[in-house]
Design a protein around this ligand. Structure first.
Ligand code: PEP
Ligand code: MN
Length: 343
């Protein structure tokens, strides 16, 4: 059960309340986020206990037990949250604002020369965020695992030379601090959405997180994963629909376009769409991306490679810089048609 406490409740009172409940055998946890003070109570009889506390001094609301997340919900935060990335004065973008943000770049950073030259093309196309993974979570241990630490200086160079914001992935808590010093957005990939230890850790790092939906996870599970980040202190969470596993094999995954408006109803967090991993086919990337934009996505993330046929990973779903530019032209038109902008 989750209790919403008066944020003005004195710390001594909070501790006394926790102690009282712990003595009754409950597990308690206090969470402070969005100016809300929450107390979760866990253990047999928690519902009766919460009901008893309802209306008592300092207890503003009892959230019914079926609610597995609260901070990520519209109930907690009615207005759309905006996640600001970058620093004013330098490049800065806002996810969850009026404009949809486009993120482009290769599946993996393969070499300094290749990544830098591609980053310049992404920049010239008018985009502000470069994606490039150096730690790759691969299904097979024999597949290219990324350049690792050696890739960090390449990301730095891209940022310095182009001014683009950098998005890259972290696979485990040990990599988190290291990457946070070099990235503007930390990605948690589909295979790690339920890595709660990683989420707890990233909750404590002050860097925006792009949280991708687990390929076998429900919308509720995605929002619960976001709740881990929020409850552990990080309010800068961007969600990403990237396709889920279904019986359909023509596409690599099935893009759950309905998840976009559904998440908009359930949550205040920005949600972007990755049509590249969803489709697994470069020919399907553009129509899916345009559909996502029309459905209200706060951004799009596309895999772009100078020579998709020679890519170390995910070449089949990567588009080349010319295709990316042509896509952007059409995307601007779709954005305008639905009263939005694209940056
Ligand atoms: C990626 O974005 O590079 C990636 C591996 O995506 P996902 O985790 O969605 O498969
Ligand atoms: Mn990829």
């Amino acid at each position: 059960m989750i209790l919403v406490l008066d944020p003005g409740m004195e710390e001594k009172q909070q501790q006394e309340l926790c102690l009282k409940l712990q003595k009754k055998g409950f597990y308690t946890r206090l969470v402070n986020q969005y100016g809300r003070l929450l107390l979760s109570i866990d253990g047999p009889g928690e519902e009766d206990c919460a009901r008893e506390l309802e209306g008592s001094k300092g207890v503003l609301e009892v959230i019914p037990g079926r609610h597995s997340y609260y901070l990520a919900s519209r109930r907690c935060h009615r207005k759309n949250s905006q996640v600001r990335v970058g620093r004013s004065g330098n490049t800065e973008v806002v996810f969850g604002g009026d404009a949809a943000v486009v993120i482009g770049g290769p599946c993996a950073v393969e070499s300094e020369e290749g990544a830098l030259s591609l980053a310049h093309k992404i920049k010239d196309s008018g985009c502000h965020v470069f994606r490039g993974m150096i730690f790759k979570p691969r299904s097979s241990p024999y597949s290219f695992q990324g350049l690792g630490r050696a890739g960090l200086s390449i990301l730095d160079k891209i940022k310095k030379e182009t001014g683009l914001l950098i998005l890259t992935e972290v696979r485990d808590p040990l990599e988190a601090e290291l990457v946070a010093d070099h990235a503007d957005i930390i990605q948690v990939g589909t295979r790690n959405m339920s890595n709660f230890q990683l989420l707890r850790h990233l909750g404590q790092i002050q860097r925006p997180v792009l949280l991708k939906r687990g390929m076998g996870s429900s919308i509720e599970e995605l929002l619960c994963a976001a709740e881990y980040l929020l409850a552990h202190g990080n309010a800068d969470v961007i969600l990403c629909e990237r396709g889920i596993r279904t019986f359909e094999h023509f596409t690599r995954f099935s893009l759950d376009i309905g998840a976009v408006p559904a998440i908009k109803q359930l949550s205040h967090l920005p949600i972007i769409v990755d049509p590249s991993h969803a489709s697994g086919r470069s020919s399907l990337v553009e129509p899916l991306a345009l559909a996502a934009l029309a459905a209200g996505a706060d951004g799009l993330m596309l895999e772009v490679h100078a020579q998709p046929e020679a890519a170390f990973s995910d070449g089949a779903q990567s588009i080349n810089p010319d295709e990316f530019n042509r896509f952007l032209e059409r995307a601007h038109k779709v954005a305008a048609a639905v009263g939005r902008q694209l940056i």
